[in-house]
Design a protein around this ligand. Structure first.
Ligand SMILES: C=CC1=C(C)c2cc3[nH]c(cc4nc(cc5[nH]c(cc1n2)c(C)c5CCC(=O)O)C(CCC(=O)O)=C4C)c(C)c3C=C
Ligand SMILES: [Fe+2]
Length: 422
């Protein structure tokens, strides 16, 4: 497989040589090495220095833009993310939309390679590509607005209502969706600003959300990231080396039984802004938090023992005959084993948008999951979670989107060309 998958966070990104003199580089490695050596890991040790430390290849790493799939789907969690949805402006037709996708593609491929755009804002001038990815998707309403109803995939039928939804329509859906990810905040914002400027009179911002993950290199070893509840989150994601990974996550060549041919190599993204009720969550003991999820907080291992990667034993009972992993534990209710095999690739960002009127953090998860078919991924799992997930008392789904994300493009093509010119 050639996509940007990983077991470890950096494995398939392409490091480019940093522009550092050999002397400076050696000095840098020396300082960082001394800090690590003294503490046994990359722990927050003060390093005396009077110039910024170029720690690694974080800035100079580039994710290839061209390929069978768009970048930003299987990419390892990036430190900074922006999600933005646009609606086509009144009067903007299919031709205008095609011109916009062509502009966006040009911008995305330049920035992903660490180059500037015409009329560049200069925001990211001193940085490399920092693993920037830009991923484009089409919402259900795009097809009506452009006269392409016949090309609309059945998989874009609206998601069912879930009893626990408290959705804000203004922050949901949209004709077009863009996911930006990078390991540097200025690089990510630079891309956001450039794409928004490209939209010009063709499309208007409908909603926009900002997210983050742990920075690369912040932990001694690459490890599964944590969410704002403190849990190790992402352990049981499908892995690219799984035999059925492509089949679960990507629309097959030719488009598959229920997909139009233009979706070959594409995927469907479900996006949910999920607020975490952190004051309530933090009021629980660690033991109770672990019961809610079914895994240990410290290392993500299942309550039935082993390490993070040990399979949970869903049959195990304690001395009193009660299930060790509770019937309503999130990891049990969401597991493929209890959902007829339904699975999705979860690639969320955390968010924090300040505090509400009661002083509670407006924080949580920008949940993004990828699948070849939402009816065999997100929908059955969320239906089940909606009925009996212990985590439900501590979260609120506040916004929702479903997007058809076409396959990647070759040099000279633009994303979505097969739809817009088919
Ligand atoms: C409908 C899909 C899911 C939503 C929505 C969801 C929200 C959500 N999840 C966590 C934290 C964890 N989830 C974990 C596992 C897990 N979650 C889902 C699906 C949804 N989660 C799946 C399919 C799985 C894997 C289950 C399995 O195969 O065993 C875990 C455990 C570690 C892991 O496997 O990632 C945590 C922790 C939060 C906080 C949240 C909403 C805010
Ligand atoms: Fe989950």
């Amino acid at each position: 497989m050639t996509h940007e998958h990983h077991p470890g966070p950096r494995s398939s990104r392409v490091p480019r040589l940093p522009r550092l003199s050999r002397r400076r580089l050696l000095g840098t490695i020396g300082a960082a090495g001394a800090a690590i050596g003294a503490t046994g890991g990359a722990v927050g040790t003060a390093v005396t220095r009077d110039t910024p430390v170029a720690l690694s290849t974080v800035g100079s790493t580039a994710v290839p833009f061209h390929g069978k799939h768009q970048p930003g789907i299987t990419v390892a969690p990036q430190a900074c993310g922006h999600l933005i949805a646009f609606d086509l402006a009144p009067g903007a037709d299919r031709k205008a939309a095609a011109a916009l996708l062509r502009r966006w593609t040009g911008t995305a491929e330049r920035l992903a390679a660490g180059r500037t755009t015409t009329d560049d804002t200069g925001i990211a001038l001193d940085a490399g590509p920092s693993s920037l990815t830009v991923t484009f998707g089409f919402g259900r309403t795009f097809f009506d607005r452009t006269g392409l109803e016949k090309q609309r995939p059945a998989s874009l039928d609206p998601l069912p209502d879930f009893s626990s939804d408290a959705l804000d329509a203004d922050r949901s859906n949209g004709d077009l969706w863009v996911r930006i990810g990078a390991d540097d905040a200025l690089v990510a914002f630079h891309a956001l600003r450039a794409l928004q400027k490209d939209a010009a009179d063709t499309a208007r911002v409908r909603w926009q959300m900002n997210g983050f993950n742990r920075s690369s290199g912040a932990t001694a070893e690459p490890m599964t990231t944590r969410n704002l509840m403190g849990q190790v989150d992402g352990t049981r994601n499908p892995r690219p080396e799984d035999e059925d990974f492509d089949e679960r996550i990507f629309v097959p060549d030719g488009g598959g039984a229920k997909d139009p041919a233009w979706m070959a190599g594409g995927s469907y993204a479900v996006v949910r802004r999920i607020r975490m009720l952190l004051d309530d969550w933090d009021g629980l003991s660690v033991g109770d938090q672990e019961q809610v999820i079914g895994r240990r907080k410290s290392d993500g291992s299942p309550l039935t023992g082993g390490s993070e990667t040990t399979l949970p034993d869903l049959e195990a009972r304690d001395a009193d005959g009660r299930p060790v992993i509770a019937a309503n534990a999130h990891a049990r209710v969401a597991a493929p084993e209890t959902n007829g095999g339904a699975a999705m690739l979860r690639r969320p960002f955390s968010f924090h948008d300040g505090y509400d009127e009661k002083g509670a953090p407006d924080a949580g998860l920008l949940f993004i999951c990828w699948q070849a078919d939402p009816l065999r991924g997100f929908v059955p799992v969320q239906r089940k979670l909606d009925r009996g997930d212990a985590l439900s008392a501590f979260i609120r789904h506040e916004a929702s989107g479903l997007y058809a994300v076409p396959g990647g493009c070759a040099p000279g093509e633009y994303v979505g060309q097969r739809l817009l010119e088919g």
